[in-house]
Design a protein around this ligand. Structure first.
Ligand SMILES: Nc1ncnc2c1ncn2[C@@H]1O[C@H](COP(=O)(O)OP(=O)(O)OP(=O)(O)O)[C@@H](O)[C@H]1O
Ligand SMILES: O=C(O)c1ccc[n+]([C@@H]2O[C@H](COP(=O)([O-])O)[C@@H](O)[C@H]2O)c1
Length: 192
């Protein structure tokens, strides 16, 4: 059964950290592919900091132009908002019974997992590959949980928040995002 990693996120905007994680998961683990699922609205985030989902998708597609075994997914664009992960997982399972889905998340999301809708069902029914993130140690009660695998990958101390703040302050963000994404942000005047 093909194994597909689902990397859910706001991607506001997508950055080099996301791309390194997606590439590691798609090409250095036993996953066959990774789908980067652009979420219209994370239930735990205020909507006013999140730009239009189509611009976020476009940036993800630009960033993934040369990626191997990684593609974007718009599955949540047609589902109710905010975007509850369990609802998307159930929908994907129905649509793709031939695939085994595995979740990919940074350790910050693992820290807030207990606030997610039906998180016990997620932990019961899905494997989760966790990418460690500075300042977000894995909660001890989840460290040895059978659903969870912590990957042995380098820490990257940057975030979409850092990029949005830098753009607002007129700072240079080259290399934090791919050149194509940088050009898109500049041309559309995003995050100013
Ligand atoms: N530097 C990083 N190291 C590890 N995981 C990361 C990193 N940046 C993002 N992630 C993970 O990528 C996924 C999508 O993240 P998201 O789009 O929220 O990016 P973010 O940088 O955390 O954004 P924001 O700063 O807006 O909260 C989440 O699972 C998050 O944990
Ligand atoms: O299902 C939930 O209750 C839930 C709560 C918080 C976050 N999520 C999802 O987790 C993903 C990570 O979001 P983000 O903003 O950290 O990139 C995104 O797809 C959210 O919709 C899901």
């Amino acid at each position: 059964m093909p194994k597909t990693g689902l990397f859910f996120g706001s991607f506001n905007p997508i950055h080099t950290g996301h791309l390194i994680i997606a590439n590691y998961m798609a090409n250095h683990t036993d996953l066959d592919e990774v789908w980067l699922v652009v979420s219209p609205h994370n239930p735990l985030k205020k909507k006013d900091t999140i730009i239009n989902m189509y611009d976020r998708l476009e940036m993800a597609n630009l960033a993934l132009e040369h990626a191997e075994n990684i593609r974007s997914s718009t599955i949540e664009f047609s589902l109710p908002q905010p975007s509850y992960t369990i609802d998307t997982l159930i929908n994907l399972r129905e649509k793709h019974p031939e695939k085994q889905f595995v979740l990919i998340m940074g350790s910050d999301n693992l820290v807030s997992l207990k606030k997610w809708k039906n998180y016990e069902i997620i932990l019961r029914d899905y494997q989760i590959l966790v990418y460690p993130r500075p300042d977000y140690p894995v909660p001890p009660e989840l460290e040895n949980h059978p659903a969870i695998t912590i990957t042995d990958t380098p820490l990257m101390e940057f975030s979409s928040t850092f990029i949005r703040d830098a753009v607002k302050n007129g700072k240079n963000i080259r290399y934090f995002v791919p050149d194509s994404v940088l050009a898109f942000i500049e041309n559309k005047g995003l995050y100013r």
